[in-house]
Design a protein around this ligand. Structure first.
Ligand code: GTP
Length: 528
């Protein structure tokens, strides 16, 4: 049976406990005071705080898992009398399992009426909720610029998700996200279909334009570049690259075309002057004819020599006038003709420049020569021209000698500079009509339209000499740069692959013969 507990106030019990210690002559140590206090307070020993706490510890120690381990730690604390450690253990346990969970992930307290149905996030769930909310609020709307309602719904669902800590609100948000995802799926399907249709339309347009263009025109080259681009997988970088180079080309072509139309106006004006002068001359001759007819009547009617004399003087004067007028017209027409010729030359130069502009999109980034695609197009064009005009065409395949050693000894960057140097020397030495393209690595292809074999060999020999003259400096060191080359003339019915193959076989011979030399290719294709 337990003793009935005292009804006195704690202050009265404390006072009586001190009196009792005095009466019994017991020293007022905390322990003695506690015993006296509890005697007066009454109640069963079983319900003393330390007994209750010890019971809790040993009950917990019998549980499996975390609770059992906590119980063991609490029991040890009691045994060594370390109540502070006991308190700490309990606090930590409460913080981990109760207190933290009563606070919503963003620090706000849970509204009292929701507490019972409150969704308690674990650490992982908390991170997941935050990430999902970010995706809905920021990322998804930026991907939906053409669907503002969906973008707004995504933002709003994200905001609501942050605050959805009750079962019903969470269910509502989940339903909205599902609906949104369904709508996006439909929209993406539509967009992909539209994109495909647009692409097909674009491709059709390009094909039609291409069909209308003269083969080899500057515009045709650019259209092929765009066609290439849209037939392959379209990446952000390739689109950006193509846009950049096309913009550059369009800008420069714009400038050139303006000048071109100005020149065409000049030619037109010249033509008008020409026609004016011609009609002036014709009318002068007509007048002259009429006057002479008049004079012939006067002559037939002349009665004496003095009449005739005066008619003759008039005829001489009129004839002189007509002659002067004719001379003036002839001079004017000659000047006009020369002006027209000059304007025509300027137009031709501008048109050549336009062709070169078109080749910008086909340039090798490092050396500024044409790249492989540019080379293919130019060689195709030149072969067609050579066949149509029945003019000779030669090509040369150049390969730097011992380039690997240059790279290995002086570094890759120096190797790059050597490539740039070679292209510069070639460009400075060749005619405007000739073209240099990077065939690959340290190999270059030179196109020489309207050039026969002897001239081609001479041109490449000139490049070779020029390269030794224009010394390449690395730091303070002079590096000797040489190349070997194979030169080939295009033969009837030969395509570009066969032509290059013959030039390559000649280059191979040049290398084998000791490098730094030029070999003219056999007319027959090399054996396989
Ligand atoms: N720096 C630089 N090196 C390149 C580039 N492209 C290819 N190379 C290097 O060019 C070297 C070509 O080596 P090889 O084919 O052995 O030719 P080589 O050393 O010139 O020998 P020969 O042709 O027989 O005279 C390789 O080391 C390539 O790495 C480039 O764009 N820049």
């Amino acid at each position: 049976m337990s003793k009935k507990p005292s009804t006195q106030s704690p202050v009265d019990i404390a006072r009586e406990a001190f009196q009792r210690l005095g009466t019994r002559r017991i020293a007022p140590t905390p322990e003695a005071y506690r015993v006296a206090y509890e005697e007066i307070q009454g109640g069963d020993i079983e319900f003393r705080p330390e007994t209750v706490l010890a019971n809790l510890a040993s009950n917990l120690a019998m549980q499996p898992g975390e609770a059992g381990k906590l119980g063991q730690r609490l029991t040890v604390s009691i045994e060594v009398g370390d109540w502070e450690a006991y308190g700490q253990e309990l606090n930590e346990f409460a913080e981990q399992n109760m207190y933290v969970r009563s606070v919503v992930p963003h620090g706000e307290l849970v509204p009292v009426d929701l507490e019972r149905e409150f969704i308690r996030d674990s650490k992982k769930e908390k991170v997941l909720r935050e990430v999902l909310a970010r995706v809905l609020i920021f990322n998804l709307p930026s991907l939906l610029p053409s669907a503002p309602e969906m973008a707004n719904e995504s933002k709003s669902a994200g905001q609501d998700l942050k605050m959805a800590f009750s079962e019903p609100t969470m269910n509502e948000v989940v339903t909205r996200i599902k609906q949104l995802s369904f709508q996006i799926e439909l929209k993406t399907g539509d967009m992909a279909q539209q994109q495909e249709l647009l692409m097909r339309l674009f491709q059709l347009l390009l094909d039609n334009i291409h069909g209308l263009l003269e083969q080899g025109s500057w515009l045709s080259g650019q259209i092929t570049a765009v066609q290439d681009l849209i037939t392959g997988p379209i990446s952000q970088t390739s689109l950006a690259d193509a846009t950049k180079s096309l913009k550059e080309v369009i800008y420069k072509q714009g400038l050139l075309k303006n000048t071109l139309s100005e020149e065409k106006v000049v030619v037109k004006n010249m033509m008008l002057t020409f026609v004016d002068r011609l009609s002036a001359m014709v009318s002068t001759t007509n007048e002259y004819h009429q006057t002479i007819t008049g004079f012939s009547q006067q002559i037939s009617q002349a009665g004496n020599i003095s009449d005739l004399n005066s008619v003759l003087t008039d005829i001489m004067r009129e004839t002189q006038n007509a002659q002067d007028q004719a001379m003036r017209s002839r001079d004017d027409m000659e000047t006009a003709r020369q002006e027209v010729q000059k304007a025509e030359a300027r137009i031709q130069a501008l048109e050549t420049q336009l062709v070169q502009m078109g080749e910008l999109v086909r340039e090798d980034q490092l050396t500024g020569s044409l790249n492989r695609r540019g080379m293919d197009e130019s060689l195709d064009r030149e072969i067609t021209n050579a066949v149509r005009r029945d003019t000779p065409l030669c090509i040369a395949l150049l390969d730097l000698d011992d380039f690997k050693r240059i790279n290995d000894t002086h570094g890759h960057a120096t190797g790059d500079e050597v490539l740039v140097h070679l292209v510069q020397v070639v460009k400075d030495t060749l005619r405007k009509l000739d073209v240099i393209a990077r065939f690959g690595g340290e190999e270059f292809l030179v196109l020489m339209p309207e050039t026969g074999p002897l001239d081609a060999m001479q041109i490449i020999t000139r490049v070779q000499r020029e390269l030794t003259k224009r010394i390449f400096m690395h730091d303070t060191q002079r590096l000797l740069i040489t190349f070997s080359a194979g030169v080939a003339q295009h033969t009837k019915g030969e395509d570009q692959t066969e032509l290059i193959k013959r030039a390559d076989a000649a280059l191979y011979k040049a290398k084998n013969a000791g490098k730094n030399r030029i070999v003219f290719a056999d007319a027959t294709p090399p054996a396989k």
